[in-house]
Write a protein that binds this ligand. Sequence first.
Ligand SMILES: [Zn+2]
Length: 280
Amino acid sequence: MKLKDLLTEVQLTPAAKKCIEVVTKEFGRSSFPMIGTFNDRNVAGTSIKSQHAFGNAVDFHVPDELKYGPLERDSHKKHRVATPEGKILGDRVKDFLLQHVDDLDIQLIIWYREDWNRSTNFRKGSYDGVHPHYNHVHVDFIRGKQLSSPNYTNRKNNKFLVDLIGAYYDISTKNPAGYFKQFYSWNPFAPGIGDNEEGAAAKLINRFETYKPKLKQIESDTNTSREDLENIQRIREIIDILYQAILDGRSEKFDVDYFKLDTDTNLYKRKTLTFNWNYL
Ligand SMILES: [Zn+2]
């Protein structure tokens, strides 16, 4: 099995995987250069875990050139709506999903400030979340049916880098953690992003390059603790290992010592985590 297949396998519930296959088959792969999947985060504006955090949701983004229509004000703020063509594409995807709510085990669809939920028999409702979903169709799947999937429950590997960089969270003015959090949840093999091992490894490094200035800034600051300097060194080492692992198409497992800042006591604790590189 190729690493990229393995990564999709590990990250997504069966329902999410099937939905991507069915929709891209119907609309053509090129209709969706970007498909968002795993992302360990809360629903925007809430403290509730998104189904993306369980690999149980998919975002079908309209292509960039159809994404940026005019600015429009809604109940929250001004948002850029999709172009008319982008709106038509999103409408078609939404309609297609609505026709397949049962065979795809769909729980919820969100598009263009409207939603359709199994709990209300997919009657159209108005969606009032912080994110208006003008540029992507969100779909998630019946939780009860995905609970038996180890991908749904076993998120240990995915938590790893967050723990590692947790030490940075409280250095607010020079904090790369937010960026790193994106980085760790970003899968260079996600559909439409990474096409092969070389491309994905290159993307990993490119992505890392954008954090380097932040890390340098922290390193050059004389107030930076010895522990944080060591953590940065760890991150560098991990990036090197991952880069090589992707190129070689193999998984990696290794122990990493790092310092975690206890925010109550403001003291660092030494921790060891086993990093299991099956997931990215
Ligand atoms: Zn989503």
